[in-house]
Design a protein around this ligand. Structure first.
Ligand code: GLN
Length: 492
């Protein structure tokens, strides 16, 4: 048919229901778009045969009147951190060479059960560690948006392939994971919607673990409504994950009413940064004004320990990572680099198998967990985490949601910030607190900077109150009227 890949999830769902086109036709257009976009380096593994097969099954179900779920027949891209039965799963690391799981992660299974069609496995920062998709063993992903002088930009990270797939209209939705911002920050840098739900809303079972107390799966899509539909298909209690919450999944779509009259919106004054571009502050002010016009009540609030969230995160996350990544030893799966002794084989395998950023995190983690430093670093960081959570709880007594910028900058050139890990880590300064406190948070494309690059605003909500998050985000989206297209699609 041609160009069905431009449809949103909602349009695809409605068009399939109306019989305007088949899932196979829709999928074929997405496969064509996937192949045409190879220069962006979005996919580590393309799975067109699986996609066509599942699309044909969807059409067959529909012909019999047996549509299984909201995403039936809708093509999506899968971050290559989700284990997929029979399909190579790499976490973008050399150490997982050849790893083909004999099982399916719960989230990808849920999407499959809802009828979604997997197009392929997307590129990411190695083990989801990064903010620019620069640490992948499979090379950087390009942002479909380009810089003022035509230079290639990072899509953000770690879910760089998934976000670029959605921003370049390869497909209408993609999965991501967010440990410190890896869905929301790339969404902001690429002009799409991205959210992390409450910790425990989506099962972590079968997702390659980075920092288990922070990791959450979530969707990328081009609209808030699409994100609500897709999260509904991903979420749910899972007995296989002891941290998965035994709560029902609400009808997120129904929560989007367009009505925010009387909604109390907090503006945390600590979410500013020295040297932050004034256009981000301006956009934030505009966002508050839009919500006020729609009947919300804006309240300045204070979260005084916000500035400690990022440093505490960079102790907790590497600590958990060093423990989670201890399993990659070359014995049972993935890469093995032989040595003269067992110890040497471990050293060779891990030395060659992990990239520089992963090795840095493993070393930081081992250090902060070591006997002499445990109390000074790890315990202290956990204490800070508790204070951050307490402060959010306190503020949420007075307000329903918070409005903040998503990231302190727009997309930057490929290669920038690479010699300065701390500058790179600062990308997550506004996203990390929600992970530390386990809160749901969404990034909505809200404007362009002076170079014509997208900027997002973030709505943070109370635990398990994604419904209010979606309701507010939808109103923000309507007010922002973001419709700019990246260079890749003929915009800019
Ligand atoms: N950029 C952050 C980090 O490098 C967050 C990554 C993520 O959310 N997976 O840790």
């Amino acid at each position: 048919m041609g160009k069905l890949n431009d449809l949103t999830i909602t349009q695809a769902r409605d068009g399939l229901a109306a019989g305007d086109f088949s899932a196979v036709e829709l999928t074929d257009d997405c496969i064509t778009a996937m192949e045409a976009a190879r220069d962006l380096n979005i996919f580590i593994t393309e799975t067109p045969d699986i996609a066509r097969d599942r699309a044909a099954q969807s059409d067959a179900r529909r012909a019999k009147g047996e549509v299984v779920g909201a995403m039936d027949g809708v093509p999506i891209a899968m971050k290559d951190l989700f284990c997929t039965d029979g399909t190579l799963t790499t976490a973008a690391s050399h150490i997982l060479d050849g790893f083909t799981p004999p099982y399916e992660s719960t989230v990808s299974q849920n999407l499959r059960d809802a009828g979604a069609v997997m197009l392929g496995k997307t590129n990411l920062d190695e083990f989801a560690m990064g903010s620019a998709n620069m640490t992948s063993y499979y090379g950087p992903v390009k942002n479909p948006w380009v810089g003022a002088n035509g230079e290639d930009l990072v899509p953000g990270g770690s879910s760089g392939g998934s976000v670029s797939a959605v921003a370049a209209h390869v497909c209408p939705g993609a999965t991501g994971t967010d440990t410190g911002g890896s869905i929301r920050q790339p969404a902001s840098l690429c002009g799409v919607v991205g959210l992390k739900p409450t910790y425990g809303r989506c099962s972590r079972w079968g997702i390659v673990a980075f920092a288990s107390s922070l990791d959450q799966a979530g969707p990328f899509a081009r609209t808030v409504l699409d994100s609500a539909i897709m999260l509904g298909a991903m979420a749910g209690h899972d007995p296989k994950d002891s941290t998965s919450a035994p709560v029902a999944v609400p009808d997120f779509e129904a929560a989007i009413t367009g009505d925010i009259k009387g909604l109390k919106v907090g503006i945390p004054k600590e979410y500013t940064l020295d040297g932050m571009p004034s256009e981000i502050q301006d956009l934030w002010d505009r966002g508050a004004a839009w919500l006020t016009e729609q009947g919300a009540e804006i309240k300045p609030v204070s979260l005084p320990h916000t500035k400690y969230a990022l440093p505490a995160y960079y102790i907790v996350a590497p600590a958990e990572a060093s423990s989670n990544l201890a399993r990659y030893d070359g014995v049972r799966y993935g890469l093995r680099v032989d040595g003269d002794s067992l110890d040497e084989m471990y050293e060779n395998t891990r030395g060659e198998g992990f990239g520089a950023e992963v090795r840095r995190r493993v070393m930081i983690g081992a250090y902060v967990l070591s006997a002499g430093y445990y109390d000074a670093y790890y315990v202290k960081a956990q204490q800070v985490r508790t204070i951050i959570l307490d402060e959010f709880n306190q503020v949420f007594q007075d307000v329903d949601v918070l409005l903040t910028p998503t990231a302190p900058n727009a997309a930057f050139p490929i290669g920038a910030k690479m010699d300065d890990p701390v500058a790179m880590y600062l990308n997550d300064v506004f996203t990390v607190p929600a992970n530390m406190a386990g809160l749901p948070a969404i990034s909505v494309p809200s404007g362009l900077d002076s170079d014509g690059l997208p900027l997002g605003l973030q709505i943070v909500a109370k635990p398990f109150d994604e419904e209010t998050m979606f309701r507010a985000a939808d109103v923000l989206e309507r007010a922002a009227e973001f419709s700019a297209l990246p260079k890749y699609l003929g915009g800019q």
